[in-house]
Design a protein around this ligand. Structure first.
Ligand code: FRU
Length: 295
């Protein structure tokens, strides 16, 4: 990639049905605008096949760089290599590709995002510290085959297993979506009336679970602890109100770091395989202070 005064930059988004994705897109659009770069934006609308086609179309349009948030960690690997073979560098944002299928530094420039395993561990650590006796957990998983669903499960489950004395009653995908999360929580709460913890892999499913608990006549945050990842305003407000108990932030504001990395890469800077975002968390003690700066 040659250093230029302006670039045509592709951004292949995963979906737009939740505030996290909208905040990520806005951050990318704002930074492109600020720099005077042209952004070629696509939205896969929750379809991995469409995202593969979106990346191919960016390659055909010969954009300078492709920013990609791969919906799933395996099916996007081939198009990352197609872009590389066409001489178009790819920078992975937020979600990763299975490391067995594509390598940083050769197939793509670098991965910028949160450490999803650590996010799951942080939720588990909070629960271990704040547990009130016998904890029976329902886990709402993210999109099957996505790096955040795989890693948030691994980080949490491993830490919980190691601590001992906790039971994961059921673990099922709610596809990172509010209504699906609500439906799955409803079914799992009926099957497991002794559940007293819901761990959702993102806010949207956690908010769905809060509705499911209220519909079942249980007090979210009191009868059943609700734990989540993302840290959007609506969820942080629920921590303030006591309907959720703990939320780990996953920062969606990628624009500044993403475009800085593109500029550095064009000047020959070498990047590590991963550039990891530092995220805060929201507890009943800190949520009120953090609310105004949540996305
Ligand atoms: C993970 C993730 C979630 C978010 C979801 C929505 O990549 O960022 O934290 O809620 O995707 O698409």
């Amino acid at each position: 990639l040659a250093a230029k005064s302006t670039y045509r930059v592709g951004f292949a988004q995963t979906e737009s049905n939740n505030p996290w994705r909208l905040a990520q897109t806005k951050s990318m659009q704002d930074e492109a605008k600020r720099l005077g770069y042209q952004l070629v934006y696509t939205d896969a609308a929750g379809s991995t096949a469409k995202q593969v086609a979106d990346v191919r179309s960016m390659i055909a349009q010969k954009v300078d760089v492709i920013f990609l948030s791969p919906r799933e960690d395996k099916p996007l690997a081939p198009v990352v290599k197609e872009a590389r073979n066409a001489g178009i560098p790819v920078i992975l944002l937020d979600r990763n590709i299975d490391p067995a299928l594509a390598k940083a530094g050769t197939d793509y420039v670098t991965f910028i995002g949160s450490d999803f395993i650590k996010e799951g561990q942080r939720v588990a650590d909070w629960l271990i510290k704040n547990n009130k006796g016998k904890m029976n957990i329902i886990e709402l998983e993210g999109t099957t085959g996505s790096s955040p669903a795989n890693d948030r499960k691994k980080g949490f489950d491993d830490a919980i297993k190691k601590a001992g004395g906790f039971k994961i009653l059921a673990s099922q995908s709610g596809d990172f979506a509010r209504d699906k999360g609500r439906q799955v929580a409803e079914t799992l709460l009926q099957a497991h009336p002794d559940a007293n913890v819901i761990y959702a892999h993102n806010d949207e499913m956690a908010i769905g679970a809060v509705s499911a608990l209220e519909a079942a006549g249980k007090k979210p945050g009191v009868d059943v602890l609700v734990l989540s990842i993302d840290g959007g305003k609506e969820a942080v407000k629920m921590v303030v109100d006591g309907k959720m108990n703990y939320v780990v932030e996953c920062n969606p504001r990628f624009g500044p770091e993403a475009f800085k990395t593109l500029q550095g890469y064009a000047k020959g800077t070498k990047y590590p395989a991963k550039i990891i975002n530092q995220d805060r968390d929201y507890t009943p003690q800190t949520a009120a202070a953090g609310l105004s700066s949540a996305y």
